[in-house]
Write a protein that binds this ligand. Structure first.
Ligand code: BGP
Length: 479
């Protein structure tokens, strides 16, 4: 069977504003909820009522200074042959506080220039409206997405940028990995998704569902509005896909894995199907949750269904019914029943490497939703060490990506998945989200920047750069 990908397949790379731009307070940008997260052992609570200590080393405040290096970086992306580049707009560059009516022109101009630079090389921008960002003021003043006021602010921000860039940007996503917050045990996820510390609420899970409801409505309003503005625009949702496997054929393991998959599907079910799934309503009733849903909300959700689904995929998770201890795994919302999968190896950060899980996820999602899918994140975090000649021979990264591309090709050619494109995460080295480290690198391009803040910021291509260049040139045939 031919494993040909479509001619217009969107090969590229992915980043997020706060993890690479730096310039956190430049040209009128306000502080964002992510600017007070130091990474790893995030303790956002202590920052909320305090002024930001500008002397503390927050890795993302400078990051890899894409804010000033984007021309040189885009030139390298073009050399790799990128068809698209996924990044996000830092909301607080546009609305520094979030509740103003007039946008910050300097912030708007930065993204105009950035998109023009991409388009100069024929690289299509793919834009996430909120990649773990919101002006800090909105979290402090309104309790983040607990409030419908923030819904209005997000819609205003989205309309402002979509209207401005509609002729430069066709592909949009509303919220990055909106489903991370389902793991209410990890405060980092709730904070970056919603600007809320759910564990401080009397009913944390109910609060999470309420905040998410406001995001669903906001997303649907934006999708519907954008379609009316310009029917060419494609607005997707975006979820982290970490499939749960049953540890064994024990029916209890199988059922547990099935139930846990609701954590993965809940958000995309609402955003793509346009209504709440029955298992959600059943859970709210069983737990005595009351989610405030306004009269028009259901009609809004039905009208503003996402055009496609963006997903991140790094690993799978395995679940066992009678186990109370967990493997350490910070990204995937793992419960106490997660166990090591004996068939898989793991990255240095414990993320279990599972290329077949990507095909499995794509097939399952496409059968469930029948909308185009877009792999907007995938990759291996590793601590690259330059050799004696200063070269980075990252064969481990090439092996990881090759194995995943082989599987995505099978998903297209054997499982019939409509796949729009593939943008490996952190195509240029940037600050790790879960750990705040520079040493956890994903890039095809090395950046001389280190965890203690030192480094020249000089860029250098890795071995994987030439490899990926060939992959794109051959449309995935030369791996
Ligand atoms: C996803 C985020 C990204 C990114 C990636 C890798 O959850 O959408 O922002 O950082 O994970 O995670 P990390 O940087 O922690 O290795």
């Amino acid at each position: 069977m031919s494993q040909q990908l479509p001619d217009d397949f969107l090969w590229g790379g992915a980043v997020a504003a706060h993890q690479l731009e730096g310039g956190w307070d430049q040209d009128g940008k306000g502080p964002s909820i992510i600017d007070v997260v130091t990474g790893g052992n995030v303790n956002t609570a202590r920052h909320i009522d305090q002024k930001i200590d500008t002397h503390a080393f927050y890795p993302n405040h400078e990051a890899v200074d894409f804010y000033h290096h984007y021309r040189e970086d885009i030139q390298l992306f073009a050399e790799m042959g990128f068809k698209c580049f996924r990044t996000s707009i830092a909301w607080s560059r546009i609305f520094p506080l979030g509740d103003e009516t007039t946008p910050n022109e300097a912030g708007l101009k930065f993204y105009d220039d950035l998109f023009d630079e991409l388009l100069k090389y024929g690289i299509k921008p793919v834009i996430t409206l909120s990649h773990f960002e919101m002006p800090l003021h909105l979290a402090q003043k309104y309790d983040g997405w607990m409030s419908r006021k923030v819904l209005d602010c997000f819609v205003n921000f989205s309309k402002t940028v979509i209207e401005r860039y509609q002729h430069k940007v066709t592909y949009w996503m509303t919220f990055n990995e909106i489903n991370n917050q389902k793991n209410i045990e990890n405060e980092l996820f709730g904070w970056v998704n919603s600007g809320v510390l759910f564990k401080q609420k009397s009913k944390p899970e109910e609060a999470m569902y309420q905040a998410a409801h406001h995001q669903f409505v906001a997303s649907a309003i934006v999708v519907d509005w954008a379609h009316q503005l310009n029917p060419e625009l494609k607005i997707g949702c975006m979820c982290a896909m970490v499939p749960y496997y049953p540890y064994s054929s024990n029916p209890d393991d199988v059922m547990l894995a099935h139930q846990h998959m609701h954590d993965r599907y809940y958000f995309s079910d609402v955003m793509i199907k346009g209504h709440y799934p029955s298992y959600a309503k059943c859970e709210w009733q069983r737990k005595g949750y009351h989610i405030v849903i306004s009269e028009d909300d259901e009609a809004i959700l039905a009208k503003g269904k996402a055009d496609y689904m963006g997903l991140s995929y790094y690993m799978s998770n395995t679940i066992k019914a009678d186990v109370q201890t967990s493997i350490s795994n910070s990204l995937d919302g793992s419960s106490s029943a997660s166990v090591k999968n004996p068939y898989l190896s793991a990255s240095d950060w414990g993320w279990q490497i599972d290329p077949v899980g990507l095909r499995y996820s794509l097939a399952a999602l496409y059968e469930r939703y029948e909308v185009p899918l877009f792999i907007v994140e995938n990759g291996l975090g590793a601590s690259d060490t330059p050799d004696a000649n200063g070269e980075i021979n990252d064969d481990y990264r090439i092996d990881y990506l090759r194995a995943h591309i082989e599987q995505l090709k099978k998903a297209v050619s054997i499982d019939g998945v409509d796949l729009m494109g593939y943008t490996p995460w952190g195509c240029i080295d940037l600050v790790s989200f879960t750990t705040g480290e520079m040493k956890k690198r994903y890039g095809f391009i090395y950046v001389d920047k280190h965890d203690d803040g030192t480094g020249t910021l000089k860029r250098k291509t890795k071995k994987s750069f030439r490899w990926y260049q060939q992959v794109i040139a051959s449309n995935g045939q030369t791996l």
